[in-house]
Design a protein around this ligand. Structure first.
Ligand code: PHE
Length: 347
């Protein structure tokens, strides 16, 4: 009986102690840790009482066990209650800290856009591809033969002066025109041929409308019965797609050694509709490209029978198209990478 009395006292002391300890706790983690320490079999206040069961005399075992168990249940209830209270508070605090103001303006993602010349190139590629043209990509370093001689421009030909060439050696040069690609295509492929060839070209030329490096797109069609009329018909359709409905073309006589006849192509001014403005310098027309019927000498040089086949070719400067289309007055703006300028152009 003595032991049981002692146990009762111990139990109420433990309860007091637990109550006092729980008062000091501040978090669910604290509750968890304290609970673990109290119930620990070896060192815990309640755990060790359970462990001592073995030493309790037989006749007291039932009462002892009951008392200790009651204490355990009591403690568990207190732990759970406090744990629930802390958990609720903690959750509330977390929600507060993670609160999102859905009315705040969203962070803006800066997205880039394609360079105006790339935009024009892509638009033209789409238009020509829809007309059944294939794309041929030539190389920027060419031989004198492909850039000039095969294009009916031998060494002593005065037309060589039209293009100031960057020579890398007597044989190699930076191509001055994408026309060099015409020869590669005609050497490799039998007609019918229908290709465009976009790419960089180089000339020793530098002012507000000329840059030593610029981009051209060559076009070449070789088939039976091709005439200048086919060129004109195709151009009329293309300029409407680039510059808007109602834009027409005008052909003026010109000279290129590799075309005969040769023409300069003007488009009706898409800014004033042809009445005359600053863009067309009062003429109503804007020059956009060079073209012509492929010279028989060029076809024959590539082994194409001129009795059976004829062709047309054109070459267009893409910076010039971008300048006209987007209103750039200096070609340098296209090469300075000034984002204030480039960001404005999004087609
Ligand atoms: N290659 C010529 C130039 O760069 C343009 C052109 C291409 C003219 C095809 C006629 C035919 O000026």
């Amino acid at each position: 009986m003595e032991e049981l009395h002692e146990l009762c006292e111990k139990v109420s002391a433990i309860k007091q102690e637990i109550k006092a300890e729980l008062e000091k706790l501040e978090s669910s983690k604290g509750v968890y840790e304290y609970k673990k320490s109290v119930l620990d079999n070896k060192t815990g206040k309640i755990g060790s009482l359970m462990k001592q069961m073995g030493k309790v005399p037989k006749e007291m075992k039932a009462d002892y066990g009951k008392k200790v168990n009651e204490l355990k249940v009591w403690a568990q209830e207190h732990f759970d209650e406090l744990d629930a209270k802390f958990k609720a508070e903690e959750l509330k605090r977390r929600y507060e800290s993670e609160k999102i103001d859905v009315t705040m303006p969203a962070k803006k993602h800066v997205h880039g856009n394609l360079h105006p010349v790339t935009q024009v190139t892509n638009q033209l590629i789409d238009i020509f591809a829809s007309m059944g043209f294939e794309i041929y990509e030539g190389s920027e370093i060419e031989t004198d033969y492909y850039n000039f001689t095969a294009l009916n421009t031998p060494q002593d030909h005065p037309a060589r002066d039209m293009q100031d060439t960057f020579y890398l050696s007597p044989e190699f040069l930076l191509r001055t025109q994408t026309s060099a690609g015409q020869i590669h295509v005609m050497e490799a492929k039998k007609p019918p041929i229908k290709i465009i060839s976009p790419g960089k070209v180089f000339r020793s030329d530098d002012d507000a409308t000329h840059s030593p490096m610029f981009t051209q797109m060559e076009g070449l069609v070789v088939d039976k019965g091709i005439t200048l009329g086919d060129l004109k018909g195709m151009l009329d359709e293309i300029v409407q797609k680039i510059f808007g409905e109602g834009t027409t073309t005008r052909l003026r006589p010109s000279y290129f050694p590799f075309t005969e006849p040769s023409v300069e192509v003007d488009v009706s001014c898409f800014q004033c509709g042809g009445c005359g403005c600053n863009l067309c310098k009062g003429t109503g027309w804007i020059e956009v490209l060079g073209a012509g019927v492929v010279n028989n000498k060029v076809l024959e040089g590539c082994g194409i029978d001129t009795e059976e086949y004829s062709g047309f070719a054109f070459g267009v400067g893409l910076e010039r198209i971008a300048m006209l289309k987007y209103g750039f007055n200096n070609i340098k703006l296209l090469f300075e990478s000034d984002l204030r300028v480039l960001n404005q152009i999004e087609d």
